[in-house]
Design a protein around this ligand. Sequence first.
Ligand code: NAD
Length: 333
Amino acid sequence: MKIAVFSTKSYDQHFLEAANQAYKHTLTFFEPRLRPHTTTLAEGYTGVCVFVNDQLDSEVISLLADRGIQLIALRCSGYNNVDLDAADRHNMAVVRVPAYSPYAVAEHTLALILSLNRKVHRAYNRVREGNFAIDGLLGFDLHEKTVGVVGTGRIGSLVTQLLSGFGCRVLAYDSVPNSVCQSRGVEYVKLDTLIQDSQIITLHCPLTPQTHHMISTRTIERMKPGTMLVNTSRGALIDAPAIIAGLKSGQIGSIAMDVYEEEADFFFEDLSDEVILDDVLARLLTFPNVLITAHQAFFTQEAMKNIAETTLSNINSFEKGCIDAGNCLTPTA
Ligand code: NAD
């Protein structure tokens, strides 16, 4: 099949080409994100391969349909950026990689919690400048702290396991409680209880209309003063301006974000020579107790290899008319 690959970085090309050795599909790598004006690049292809910040709303899907695209192959698990109804209306199949390495994201979550708590991001810079003072770097023991985990699917359940290893009391909220977590002593509570009782809150649920801005001014008011917040799921789970207010009041003690609602224009790009035009992001970057990584939680060798292999397998199965139902988001395949 002829596939137009969007939002390509050198590492995507490396892993996709290696996985394609087994299939020999025709992959053309494009650097731009998929947006209305870049759909022209998909002319003459049967499918597009896309990532988290590509635009797949009804306008783009309609333009892709006009160009003969039959398959959208997501090389990620989240699909909040895809209008599935529009894809279905245009008889387009949408496939994804539901699981590639939950360990990658769970381990990055713990890296963020530990770095933020022990201020490793600040210590690193200080020591390199010859400043060996430790004032301002005071952390707390994770042991016996109460941590609230929102969403205990593949990634969240691993996070609960890692936190239990540190001796934390783990509270969880999920619309569908996970019996494996329960058997390990995780306590399922109402979302309000989790918000009120946790010293650290970490988000692992998908972005849906129900979870959009689940962390808002109202929820921040209900938190313990000085709560640590971690988001490695999707940016729009939190209302970023409300976070800035919470940081100023001290209600939020610190926050680590691997995702940001308006990340599409920034993350994955080197903008070090440019002025950041997003005032919310720019303000967040000024706080000493904010740690931002640019959507890298998934980025391990194992995850990249699995993403590439499942993506190529999905494309192959579509061509053969036998898509794995577990990887398909539309009923058309
Ligand atoms: P999953 O589907 O295995 O688990 C999601 C869990 O959230 C499920 O248990 C589900 O019941 C629960 N849930 C759904 N709606 C909820 C709600 N309203 N409140 C509370 N819980 C709710 O997904 P996963 O593989 O664990 O991934 C979780 C999220 O992580 C994805 O949706 C994606 O957005 C994000 N993610 C981020 C990265 C990254 O690099 N930062 C990589 C992969 C995934």
